[in-house]
Unconditional design. Sequence first.
Length: 429
Amino acid sequence: MTFLRALLICFTVCLSTLAISTVKAQAPEQTRIRTAVETTDWATVRSSVENLRSSNPSVFRVGQYDYLLGRVAEQTADLATASAKFETVASSNTQLAQYALWRLARIARANGDLVLERERLRRLLSVAPDSLLLDAARLRLAESFFESDDLAGVSASAQALISSKNVTITRQGALLVARANLRAGKLTEARDAFKKLLMQMPDASRPDDFALIAVRELDELDKRPEFSSQPLSEADHLLRASVYQFNRDFAGARVHYQAVVDRNSQSGVVDNATYQIGRGLYLESKYDDAIKLFQSVVDRSPQSQSGRDALGQLAASYLRLKRIDDAVATYKLFITRFPEGPNAERPYLNIIDALHEAGRYLEALNWVQQTRTKFKTDLGGALALFAQQRIHLAQNSWAEVVRDADELLKLPDLGGTRVGGGTTTAEVS
C-alpha cells in the first residue's frame, strides 16, 4: 500500500469517526468509500461521497467530505475542482483547514504561481501556529522565496527555520541562507554561512549531506580571487577531507589530503593523510595505486597507528588482486608486529579465508589449528572452528562437518551477526 493510499484511508476512517460521533451515519456508504480508497477506485469514491451528500447532508457536512473530494480531484488531475473543494474547507474553522491550505499551496506551486503559494502558506501559519505542518510550511515558504529570487524574503523566513527544534530543518534553513547570500553576490557572508554549516554538523564522525554541500561550496568559493590568497590551515584541509571521505567522494577528499602531504611533509598527520588517500583508492578498486601508498606508510612509520592500519589494508589489497602469497606474508608480518590489541584474531582468520578461497585447504587447516591454540578460550577460537567447518564442507568431508558442528554447539559465544565470520547455533545445528 502506498503512503498516499494509507493516508487517504486513515483520513476516511477519521471522517467516519467524526461524523458518527455527531450523527448516526450510513455505515454501508462509508464502508464503500473506505474500500474504494483502498483500491484507488476514485470514480467510486467520488460517486459514493456524492451519494452521502444527498442522503445524509449533516454527516457530509460534519465529516468535511469536501476535503476528500478535493483529494480525489487531485488524484484525477482535476485541479480546478480540487482547488474549489480545498477553498471550501480552508474557509471553515476546523482542523482540516490547515491541510486544505497545504494542498492549495502545492497546487499553486504546480501551476508556477509562487506568489499565491506563499500567500496560502502564510495563511496556514496564521490559522494553525501549532500545526504538525509547521516546519514543512516554513521550509517551503523559504524555498519559494529562494526560487523567486526574493533573497530578503529567504533571510526573513529562514530565521524561523534556524530556531526549529528539528535539526534537519535547522540545517536546511541555514543552507538556504548561505545560498541566498551566494546568489546575491555577498561572498563573504556566504562563505561564513557555509563555514558555520560545516562546523555545526550534529555528528562530526558522520558528516551529513549539509556538511558535504558546505565543503563543496567552500571549495568553489576558495577558487575565487577574493579568497585565493587565504590558504587553508592543516585542520581545515583535514576537516574537509574527512567530510568528502565519509560521503565517498574520494576524489574530493584526495585534494585536501594531498594538500596536507605536500605542505607539511614533516607533519605528524602526513602518515594518516597518506593512508586515507590509499583507503579512498582502495574503495575505488584502484588496488595497485593503493598498495604503493599503504607500503609507503608502512615503511615510514611501521609502529604507528597509521602504519598498523596501512599494513592491514595492504594485505587486503593483495587479496583483492588475488596475490595470495603476498597477502598471507603481509598478514604474517602484521601478526609479528602487532601481536596484541583489539581484534588480534582477525589477521589469523584472514589468512585462513585467503587460503580457503585459493583452494589451499591443508594450509588453511594448519592456520585453523594455530588460531585455535592462540585464542583457545576467546571468540577467535570459535570463529576459527567455524572456518574449519566451512573448509570441511568444501571438501565434502561430512563426518568432520558434523564433528565441527557438535563442538561449535558446546561453545558459549559464536559471534552471531555482530562480527565478521560469526555464526549462530541455528546455523550450525
